[in-house]
Write a protein that binds this ligand. Structure first.
Ligand SMILES: Cc1cc2nc3c(=O)[nH]c(=O)nc-3n(C[C@H](O)[C@H](O)[C@H](O)COP(=O)(O)O)c2cc1C
Length: 184
């Protein structure tokens, strides 16, 4: 097993004004910076992608070189997704669709779901699973769920849940990193 640090960016999946997802992304990033010597992170915000209206997907990835570079360097991804009508926001899918196996292949992914209702984004995460599978990202079992997000995203036990999620992410991330290096 490798002891090298993992680089796992956080993809903030909505551009909505007053988004609670921004607080969730910041909370996870702060937890990593403070508590996890095994992980480095950066927040990638879907707001920073100015998409053209007349093209889509890998055809336009050249317009977003920083995203490609970030994912080439990355060992995985944390996706922070709000639940919008039980699905994921369009801008999140647009960012994910820019890249493919070259950038995502055999890397780990974990989800943080954010919702106004009681399910904490469990439904949107289920809807994202087939998407990440097609991108050749390997999803961990543990999700971070943030229900009733308008009331705040930090509750009793939140830090422990984030840490458990990161421990799962780190184990699979390190295993896949070893595999990418050593299995041809
Ligand atoms: C278009 C739209 C659809 C939504 N659909 C749901 C839903 O299906 N279930 C739910 O619990 N909340 C729903 N919400 C509320 C969001 O989950 C809520 O905004 C939450 O705070 C997480 O998203 P945020 O980062 O945009 O704040 C919806 C919000 C929008 C804007």
């Amino acid at each position: 097993m490798t002891d090298e640090k993992l680089f796992i960016p956080i993809l903030l999946g909505t551009n909505r004004k007053d988004r609670a997802s921004e607080k969730v992304a910041a909370l996870i990033a702060a937890h990593i910076d403070k508590n996890r010597e095994d992980i480095e992170t950066v927040i990638v915000d879907v707001r920073d992608f100015a998409f053209p209206i007349d093209n889509y997907g890998q055809d336009i990835k050249g317009q977003f070189p920083q995203w490609k570079e970030t994912m080439m360097d990355a060992d995985g991804l944390i996706i922070v997704t709000p639940e919008y009508n039980h699905g994921y926001p369009g801008p999140l899918k647009s960012v994910l669709d820019l890249l493919h196996h070259t950038e995502y292949g055999n890397k780990v992914v974990g989800f943080a779901g954010v919702s106004a209702g009681p399910w904490g984004g469990a439904r949107v995460i289920e809807n994202l699973l087939p998407v990440v599978r097609e991108l050749k990202l390997s999803a961990i079992r543990t999700d971070l769920l943030f229900p009733f997000a308008q009331k705040g995203v930090e509750n009793e036990g939140t830090e422990e849940r984030i840490d458990g999620f990161l421990t799962d992410l780190s184990f699979v991330g390190k295993s896949l990193k070893w595999g990418r290096k050593n299995i041809t």
